[in-house]
Design a protein around this ligand. Sequence first.
Ligand code: ADP
Length: 401
Amino acid sequence: MNLVLVVNAGSSSLKYQLLNMDDESVIAKGNCDRIGIDGKLSYKVPSRGYAVDEDCVFPTHTEAFEKLVEVLTTGEGKVIDSMSEISAVGHRIVQGAEIFDKACLVTEEIIEQIDGLSELAPVHNHPHALALRACTKVLPKGTPQVVVFDTAFHQTMPPKAYLFGLPYEDYEKLHVRKYGFHGTSHRFVSKTLAEAMGRDVKDLKIVSCHLGNGSSITAVDGGKSVDTSMGFTPLDGIIMGTRCGAVDPSAVTYVMEKHGFTPHEMSQYMNKKSGFLGLSGVSSDNRDIQEAVLKGDEKAAITSDILQYQIKKYIGAYAAAMNGLDAVLFTGGIGENSWEVREAVCENMEYFGIKIDSALNHAARGKLVKLSTPDSKVEVWVVPTNEELLIARDTLEVIGK
Ligand code: ADP
């Protein structure tokens, strides 16, 4: 078996999947959560219906990896005899900045470079570096590790798309620019869509809408990202579960002054207290918002309207940016499951040649399916994302298997 372990490490969590790349099936998956707090392990072997949830002690990422090795190789949930059966480990890394435009093999120097980008992604990159070091300690010597970056796919954006209207020297000195995120997802779904359409991705202009707790929309022209809605951080773009999306920068300084917020407090306000949650006062979860809309909640209705309106505007803007549009795709928890959001986004878009079949849209949930009518000029699809699978595929490619 060609086994790849995919790791998505945060400051207090370590999500993992062990994939058999012979048939791209998931052998085991779970999370080592609450690292540095107390510790909770969840572990599943889907083929056997085996699942455990237990309290553990994870003072650091090293203990979390040690536990992961233990559950994979021993006890009732054992799926392998030893970690040496694993061909490679693929790590999801949020910020690769301008240094990394593709996946690469991990060395101590690469870990240092990832850690060195922590200022640009304080919540993510330092924990990634900690996890990479912990994983190296726990793995058998010589097991290759690969890093796959959320930002890498967007490194093809031209300067007119990624530069802000700030003094140029701060782009040069402080590296302030749009990086874009969810790149692995946008790359995966746009390629999957091209295959489903029976077309070469190089010949397609696609607007890829990844709508989840975090959401981003990307213009994919000829298989390359040419613009995207998230920016310097994953806060920019459309409203999200708890993130505000784009706001006038002056509103930020004004609110800071009025509330007497420190930069950290302002960041918490925009990242954790805004978006669906802050606008509706109901929830950060789209399902709760849609339910509240049905019950006549006005703030939930306006929240839902803002989301749909902003997505529509990005589709229009990116069709203009690409001088054409062949397909719009929806992915992520909301994009794959919420017929309400998709319907409202695609309504009154005949000008763009977008027409969807209402029955198909109502039925579409979490599966690859075409929603557009045969006479729609632009194809509209639901394309489920699978970032772990793409990380595993990239990992094998980098190690040459
Ligand atoms: P993340 O960005 O954390 O990966 P997900 O992609 O899982 O998030 O998306 C979570 C969002 O998807 C939530 O707002 C949730 O309400 C929404 N969602 C999930 N399932 C459904 C559903 N069946 N109908 C409507 N929305 C859904």
